[in-house]
Design a protein around this ligand. Structure first.
Ligand SMILES: NC(=O)c1ccc[n+]([C@@H]2O[C@H](COP(=O)([O-])OP(=O)(O)OC[C@H]3O[C@@H](n4cnc5c(N)ncnc54)[C@H](OP(=O)(O)O)[C@@H]3O)[C@@H](O)[C@H]2O)c1
Length: 484
C-alpha cells in the first residue's frame, strides 16, 4: 500500500511524520523496531527479502526505486510492483511480500519500521528472490552488473524455486468443542487448532508448552480465537462448578488477554447471551450486563477482560448447535427413541438458535474485516421457544411433534432442583454485525437444512449446560436432557 506523507518544507529543510499509533488500527500494522540503512552510491541495490513481519518503508534523504514481489501463496504469487520512494512516500509491505530497492541519489537514507523484533533465526524464517530474476524483469535504472550489491543478494534463488511464505496463523483454542470443530472444518490454512489436551487454559504454563507444528511459534500468530469455555450452565451452580467456570471463563481469559497483548496478537473471544438478563425485547450490544446465573457471571468477567484491551473482539452468541453435545442433537436422539415417550421442554424461554458453522464463518468475517469491540451474532429471524425448536427437530426426524410437551420455566425448576436461572428472552440485536456485511441465515430454515442433511442429529448430544451432571436411567435421562 502506497502512502503519501505530508512533507512540510521551509528554509531549514523539511519535516514529516512517518507513522503514528492512531494509524495502527486502520492499517493493521504495529511497529516495534525501527531500522535505517545508509546507501552511499547511486545504484546501491538491496533485497528481495521477505522477512516474517510487516514493514513500513520510506526514505529520510535521497530517492530510491522500490520493488516488491508477492511471495504469498495464491494467484498473486510472483506479482511485481514498483514505486519511487522519496521522503513524501511510504509503502506498507505485508509479511510474505519481498522488498527490494535501488538508490537513485547518493547518500540515500532508507528507513523502515517493522512489526517484529529482530531475532537470530530471521534468515531461516525469511524468503528471498534473486534481484535479476528474468520472469520478474525489474526495470532497475542501474543495470545490476554496475550496481553495488552484497554477495548474498547476488545468490538468492529465482522465483521458480521459491517456496511461498505461509500466512500468519489464527490459533483456535478449544478446538475440540462445537465452535472449535466448526472453525477447523472451514479448511482455512491460517487456522491452527489446539484442543484442551494440547492447551488447557487453566494451566498457567500452557502458553509455554504449545505443541507447535514445525517452523511455527507465537511470532507467527496474528489472532487467537478463544472457543474454549466451561459451558456447564447448571454445573456452574455447584460450588465446584462455579470455581471451574470462573477458572476457565474469567481467570484464564484474563491471562489470555495479557498473553495476546504482550505479543501483539489480536484476541477474538466468544461470549454468551447469558451475560444478559433477558428482559429486553431485542438486546443490543449496549444492553446492561446482568447475568442471572454463575456461568453467565463468569462469562461476563471474561468478556470484560477482553474488552478492556482496545484490540479485543468479543462476539456474543446463543443456543449453539454443531458437532458435539447440544440441544438439537439431544432432541434428535429422543425423537428416534419412541420408547422414551413424551419429552418435556421449556416453552417460555424464547430466542434464536445458532449453527456453529455460521458462528465460525462470522468470526472469520469479523477477523478479515479487522473488527474489534463487542458484536452480537446469532441466527436471524423470528424468535422461537425451546419447545418450538424441539418440535421442529421431532418433525424433521419423522417423529410426532406432539410428543414434545410444553412446560414452564417454573415447572421445570420445581421438578429439577439446582437448575440455573436463564434469560426468558435471548434475542440479540445484530446491527453492528450487519453493518460489516455479514447477515446470518434464518435460524429455523438453517436448522431444517441441517436436520435434512443429518436427520438423526448426526452429532452426539449434550444440551448446552447440563452435560456434566446427567442422572442415570432412561426416563430421568430423557427429562434432564430435554432441558436446554
Ligand atoms: N453452546 C451454546 O449453546 C453456547 C451459547 C452461547 C455461547 N456459547 C459460547 O460459545 C463458545 C463455544 O461454545 P461451544 O458450544 O463450542 O462449547 P463446547 O462444545 O462445550 O466446547 C468448549 C470446548 O472448550 C474446552 N474447554 C473447557 N475448558 C477448557 C480449558 N480449561 N482449556 C481449554 N479448553 C477447555 C472443552 O473441552 P472439554 O470438552 O474437554 O471440556 C470443549 O472442547 C463458548 O465460549 C461458549 O461459552 C455457547
Amino acid at each position: 500500500m502506497l502512502l503519501h506523507l505530508d512533507v512540510h518544507g521551509d528554509a531549514r529543510g523539511w519535516f514529516k511524520q512517518n507513522w503514528q499509533r492512531s494509524l495502527t488500527r486502520e492499517f493493521g500494522f504495529t511497529p516495534v523496531q525501527q531500522n535505517v540503512s545508509f546507501n552511499q552510491a547511486v545504484g546501491t541495490t538491496r533485497g528481495f527479502h521477505a522477512e516474517p513481519w510487516d514493514k513500513l518503508v520510506s526514505v529520510a534523504t535521497g530517492r530510491a526505486l522500490g520493488a516488491w514481489v508477492d511471495l504469498r501463496p495464491g494467484p498473486g504469487f510472483g506479482r511485481l510492483a514498483t514505486a519511487e520512494l522519496e521522503p513524501g512516500t511510504a509503502v506498507l509491505v505485508p509479511r510474505g511480500v519481498a522488498n527490494a530497492f535501488q538508490t537513485l541519489e547518493p547518500d540515500t537514507a532508507y528507513t523502515y519500521l517493522v512489526s517484529e523484533e529482530y531475532a537470530p533465526d530471521v534468515a531461516a524464517r525469511s524468503a528471498y528472490v534473486n534481484l535479476a530474476d528474468p520472469t520478474l524483469a525489474v526495470p532497475w535504472p542501474v543495470p545490476l552488473q554496475d550496481a553495488v550489491l552484497s554477495a548474498a543478494d547476488r545468490s538468492h534463488p529465482f522465483l521458480a524455486d521459491v517456496t511461498p511464505v505461509a500466512p500468519r496463523r489464527i490459533l483456535v483454542l478449544g478446538a475440540g468443542g462445537q465452535l472449535g470443530r466448526a472453525l477447523m472444518d472451514l479448511d482455512d490454512e491460517r487456522l491452527l487448532g489446539l484442543d484442551r489436551a494440547a492447551a488447557d487454559l487453566t494451566d498457567p504454563d500452557w502458553e509455554r508448552n504449545v505443541p507447535w507444528p514445525e517452523g511455527v511459534d507465537w511470532r507467527d500468530v496474528s489472532h487467537v480465537i478463544n472457543a474454549a469455555a466451561f459451558t456447564g450452565v447448571d454445573a456452574a451452580e455447584t460450588s465446584d462448578g462455579e470455581r471451574a467456570a470462573w477458572a476457565a471463563n474469567a481467570s484464564a481469559v484474563t491471562r489470555l488477554t495479557a498473553v495476546c497483548a504482550e505479543r501483539g496478537i489480536r484476541l477474538v473471544h466468544v461470549s454468551t447471551d447469558y451475560v444478559l438478563d433477558g428482559t429486553a425485547e431485542t438486546a443490543t450490544e449496549d444492553a446492561p450486563v446482568a447475568p442471572l446465573n454463575a456461568y453467565g457471571a463468569s462469562k461476563a468477567a471474561g468478556e470484560a477482560a477482553v474488552l478492556a484491551h482496545p484490540d479485543g473482539l468479543v462476539v456474543r452468541t446463543s443456543w449453539v448447535y454443531g458437532q458435539g453435545r447440544n440441544f438439537v442433537a439431544t432432541m434428535a436422539r429422543l425423537a428416534a427413541s419412541p420408547d422414551i415417550g413424551d419429552v418435556e421442554v421449556v416453552a417460555d424461554q424464547v430466542g434464536r438458535i445458532t449453527a456453529a458453522s455460521e458462528l465460525a464463518a462470522g468470526l472469520m468475517h469479523l477477523i478479515d474485516a479487522g473488527a474489534s469491540g463487542l458484536y452480537h451474532l446469532q441466527g436471524e429471524g423470528e424468535a422461537m421457544s425451546w419447545h418450538g425448536i424441539a418440535k421442529e427437530v421431532f418433525a424433521a426426524c419423522g417423529a410426532d411433534p406432539a410428543r414434545v410437551r410444553p412446560v414452564s420455566t417454573d415447572q421445570w425448576a420445581a421438578a429439577h432442583p439446582g437448575t440455573a436461572a436463564r434469560p426468558a428472552r435471548s434475542v440479540l440485536g445484530m446491527s453492528r454485525l450487519l453493518a460489516t456485511g455479514f447477515t446470518p441465515r434464518d435460524h429455523v430454515l438453517a436448522l431444517r437444512e441441517a436436520l435434512a442433511a443429518a436427520p438423526a442429529g448426526g452429532a452426539p448430544a449434550r444440551p448446552h449446560g447440563v452435560g456434566q451432571r446427567l442422572p442415570a436411567g432412561a426416563a430421568a435421562d430423557a427429562a434432564e436432557r430435554a432441558r436446554p
